[in-house]
Ligand binder design. Sequence first.
Ligand code: PMV
Length: 344
Amino acid sequence: MATQTLAFSAPSNIALIKYWGKGINQTPKNPSLSFSLKNAVTKTSLDFLKKEEGQAAFTFSFEGKSERKFHPKIESLFASAFELYPTLADYSFQLQSENTFPHSTGIASSASSMAALSLCLTSLAKNLHLPLVTGEFLSSASFLARLGSGSAARSTYGGFTIWGRTRHYPQASDEYAIDVNEMVHSSMKKLGDSILIVSSKEKTLGSSAGHRLMNDNPYANTRFLQADVLMGELLSSMKTGDFEKWGEIVEKEALGLHALMLLSESSPILLKPASLELITLIREFRKESSLPVYFTIDAGPNIHLLYPLEIKSKVQQFITDRCLKHLENAMVIHDEIGPGPYSL
Ligand code: PMV
């Protein structure tokens, strides 16, 4: 059999309701909601052929180089894929991957990379006519991606997705994410996300350690319930297109994530003085301009500025005039809501 190839591009995503705390089998302790980005993607190609005696299950190169530090995550994703689809273990794989965005900038590369590889492997399972784990392609890819990195479950779709059971969306599941674009008001479907880079240093708190902090956090159960309440409120604002309400919830949730960290055992402080400066500037600008400009923040210091794309030029002016001096090398990454993965 000649070598065959499957290749996918998959986006990173930014969570508006955050996944923070995990149960068994990488299931979430609370529901999360995110949108996929357009420019920040991982492109992965997977060459495969029938395995010969003693041959390695996979080789991996990232942007042309063999990167050992990514191996454990990839190995574990292959192991999950072989458990779901044992026939895949009869093959040997050559994996090549590249990102369109820089490392450590508040854009989750684990989400896009695990989603891209899961799409390739699920596609192979589908081509071999193996029964897919959910019976459907994208949710099966999401199921596998979740086993690699929780937030990757949300990166097998475009636009808005929900992962994790919530009483506000009965179809939502802990095992895979679902596409919720149908319920979103048309005015919210074109969003900008300009990422203000306060620091591009490696994160001081990895996400696995971060999720673990929730195990002993005395406020954990209240948080999990509150995330579901915020999910309900966010979904109503998205149905009606109420940007003001939406932004209020998104900011409350982002700051809530950081408050939770402060209340946990080692109380890591991930925000920097410049992050707080930027939050203040954004709020001031919103007040004086009456423009719907809001922020969210992941588990790091960089600020995601969120706004309807129709006001992008005004937001860019605001960034140039007031924010650049607070950023590392005046670095901003302009992105926006994107259409999701595609086969290359
Ligand atoms: O998927 P993980 O394990 O890297 O966790 C992601 C955690 C946050 O980015 C902080 C929130 C989220 O839902 O994406």
